[in-house]
Design a protein around this ligand. Structure first.
Ligand SMILES: Nc1ncnc2c1ncn2[C@@H]1O[C@H](COP(=O)(O)OP(=O)(O)OP(=O)(O)O)[C@@H](O)[C@H]1O
Length: 301
């Protein structure tokens, strides 16, 4: 069966401005796909096209192998970056209304809404208005509005921004549960650690263009390891003098050392073992944050 969501060379222009140029990607069933990029890179525009809110100028978007149609909208959920719910309407009214629009029966919509309010430990919000809630709690209601009808494809644009750490964890757990239940999730964020935790495949956009794409594990393997973490029982002198060592940072429990080649790492370990006792030695994989800055930073220079 075709993947739930496929973008093929999708282009969007606003007048002279190309917001998205030839993006291609595929989101599989039960995966969280990361869409990353600096401000203005084209993430929201891409998501709005996936939702059928705006149309591509070229290329195509396929849902289970088919182009966009009314019935498809029912299978999608969207948490917009900006808040999308009416401030003065009762939460239960508007979320149930949205669920019914997307094909749920009144009783299923009610059941599902109550399930989610309980899940987020705020059953009393059923009778409240959005304007009565804090910003973070409004965001949680936006999330419920996106998932209340059990969509197959879920679009999350900066879903965790503005939430406190406890609520970030809560939403993260929920997103993982939805993925495990088979939901295909297109996820945009500026928080690289969330991508590292959640996403299998990623696309990094830079000023409308795809600059990096693929499986996150494999991408990380392609980048050189340029950092060593070393913990020893006593001080090790002269690490800076080793060939290939670029910088040595003293940390609470040892050293963080930037290197330009693997030979330097071996030499660091040898010296540390000669002069002290090594408690921990690790040649670190680059973080996604470092990769992002490398790709997006360099092309902006
Ligand atoms: N309706 C529009 N009319 C004209 N230009 C637009 C429109 N929507 C987006 N753009 C432009 O397209 C580019 C991509 O914008 P988009 O909102 O997709 O970026 P983004 O990656 O979501 O950024 P951010 O991280 O800041 O949310 C920007 O330069 C933006 O100014």
């Amino acid at each position: 069966m075709a993947n739930p969501l496929i973008l093929e060379q999708v282009v969007k222009e606003f007048g002279e401005k190309t917001a998205v140029s030839e993006i291609s990607l595929q989101v599989e069933k039960g995966e969280i796909y990361g869409l990353l990029g600096a401000n203005g890179a084209g993430k929201t525009t891409t998501m709005r096209m996936v939702l059928g809110l705006i149309y591509p100028d070229r290329g195509q978007i396929l849902y289970h192998g088919k182009p966009f149609g009314d019935e498809l909208q029912r299978g999608m959920g969207y948490l917009p970056e900006e808040r999308g719910l009416y401030p003065k309407v009762k939460i239960s009214e508007q979320i149930k209304y949205l669920a019914r629009l997307r094909g749920m029966s009144a009783s299923d919509a009610d059941k599902s809404l109550r399930y989610w309010l309980d899940r987020f430990e705020v059953p009393e919000y059923y009778d409240k208005k959005i304007e009565e809630l804090s910003k973070g709690n409004q965001q949680k209601m936006g999330f419920i509005a996106a998932v209340v009808h059990k969509p197959e494809i879920l679009i999350l644009d900066e879903a965790f921004s503005g939430l406190d750490p406890v609520n970030v964890e809560l939403l993260k757990e929920t997103v993982i549960e939805l993925r495990n239940a088979g939901t295909s999730i297109l996820f945009s964020t500026h928080r690289m650690e969330h991508v590292e935790e959640l996403c299998r495949n990623i696309t990094i956009l830079d000023r409308s263009k795809t600059v990096l794409q693929g499986n996150l594990r494999e991408i990380k393997k392609r980048y050189p390891r340029e950092e060593v973490i070393l913990h020893t029982t006593s001080e090790v002198n002269g690490l800076e003098q080793i060939e290939g060592v670029k910088a040595v940072e003293r940390k609470e429990r040892g050293y963080k050392i930037s290197i330009s080649n693997v030979a330097a790492a071996k030499e660091i370990l040898r010296k540390a073992m000669d002069e002290s006792e090594v408690e921990h030695f690790e040649i670190m994989e680059p973080t996604l944050n470092q990769i992002f800055i490398k790709e997006v930073g360099e092309s902006n220079e």
